[in-house]
Write a new protein. Structure first.
Length: 327
């Protein structure tokens, strides 16, 4: 019998101590838990959407982005000589455009509670133009995914049943169960009495047209996830064609990818200018990770189109000059 490598054994012991967990089947019927997990994992991804520079040590980028994406807005305020970001409530007497004028903050750790006058004592940075954040969007898609996962799980379990077996009495039921147990154990099942055969009835379980049910669920799951990523500016394929697609078809939705991301970036930039002016900082923000790559690709495509149009116009102009000279 081979012995476990001591290094492997130590590493496994370290994993069990550092990351304690119990392996158990995931309960897809707990839709609340499934929805929460989808939202949290998507928030993990969106933490890479923007990159900040010039933030003070008292404001970690992770905290700033989580507050913005979850709460929809944050408040920059200097308390006791240190600049912080707070979450709170918008209120006060509306201004001429019915916008709030006060931001109420309550922070137990600092023992600080106050209604701050917006743009005079503090600066509000919204996640987007409507101060919504990403959670309402995430809840919609994660709910659809959780429902689809539950349906897929039920469909997968039902594929184990090819027929429904019924018995007329307990004796017949026991004989049928013994027959199935023998088959599962790899034994040749034997039914010894003709009465058992007469008392057992077998009905096909699969309904007509149900063979494509699981395939349809997989396609809907693909479409839902792709739509969620597309809302966030990431190009994910949702084409339902059974054959290959060309490059033009794969780029049909490029124009719809970045409007929401552009709005979020613009909201951060406008607020960063106010923060810099009020608190003497040099904050700046830009796209990062895959969002930056997508923007660069789109910019390159637009530049190539513009240069191609310019070349076509020049060629047309040269042709007109030659025609005039000939005349």
């Amino acid at each position: 019998m081979s012995r476990e490598n001591p290094t492997v054994r130590q590493f496994n012991r370290f994993l069990r101590g550092a990351f304690p967990f119990s392996s158990c089947p995931f309960d897809f019927r707990d839709k609340g838990r499934a929805i929460d997990q989808h939202i949290l994992y998507m928030l993990d991804r969106t933490q890479s959407m923007f990159k900040w520079s010039g933030l003070p040590d008292s404001i970690p980028q992770r905290i700033l982005e989580l507050y913005l994406q979850i709460n929809g807005n944050v408040c920059f305020y200097k308390y006791d000589g240190t600049l912080y970001v707070f979450t709170g409530g918008l209120g006060g007497e509306p201004d001429v455009y019915y916008r709030p004028t006060l931001y109420t903050v309550a922070n137990p750790a600092l023992r600080f509670s106050k209604s701050l006058e917006i743009d005079k004592e503090c600066v509000i940075m919204p996640n987007d133009s409507l101060y919504r954040g990403l959670i309402p969007l995430f809840e919609r898609y994660s709910t659809m995914i959780a429902e689809t996962e539950l349906s897929m799980t039920l469909a997968l379990v039902n594929t184990r049943t090819t027929a429904v077996i019924s018995a007329s009495d307990d004796r017949t039921k026991a004989s049928a169960s013994k027959y199935l147990d023998d088959l599962r154990d790899g034994k040749q099942g034997i039914i010894g009495e003709n009465a058992v055969l007469e008392g057992v009835k077998v009905q096909p379980y699969a309904a007509s047209g149900s063979s494509n049910y699981l395939t349809n669920l997989i396609e809907f799951m693909q479409y839902t996830k792709a739509s969620w990523f597309n809302e966030l500016g990431l190009n994910a394929n949702y084409n339902m064609k059974r054959e290959s697609i060309n490059s033009g078809e794969s780029q049909l939705n490029n124009d719809a990818l970045l409007p929401l991301v552009d709005d979020m970036l613009n909201a951060r930039k406008l607020a960063a200018e106010k923060v810099n002016a009020m608190f003497g900082l040099s904050l700046s923000v830009s796209l990062a990770s895959s969002w930056e790559d997508n923007q660069e690709e789109i910019d390159s495509e637009q530049k190539a189109i513009t240069e191609g149009d310019s070349v076509s116009d020049n060629e047309g102009g040269d042709a007109n000059v030659e025609e005039n000279q000939i005349e």
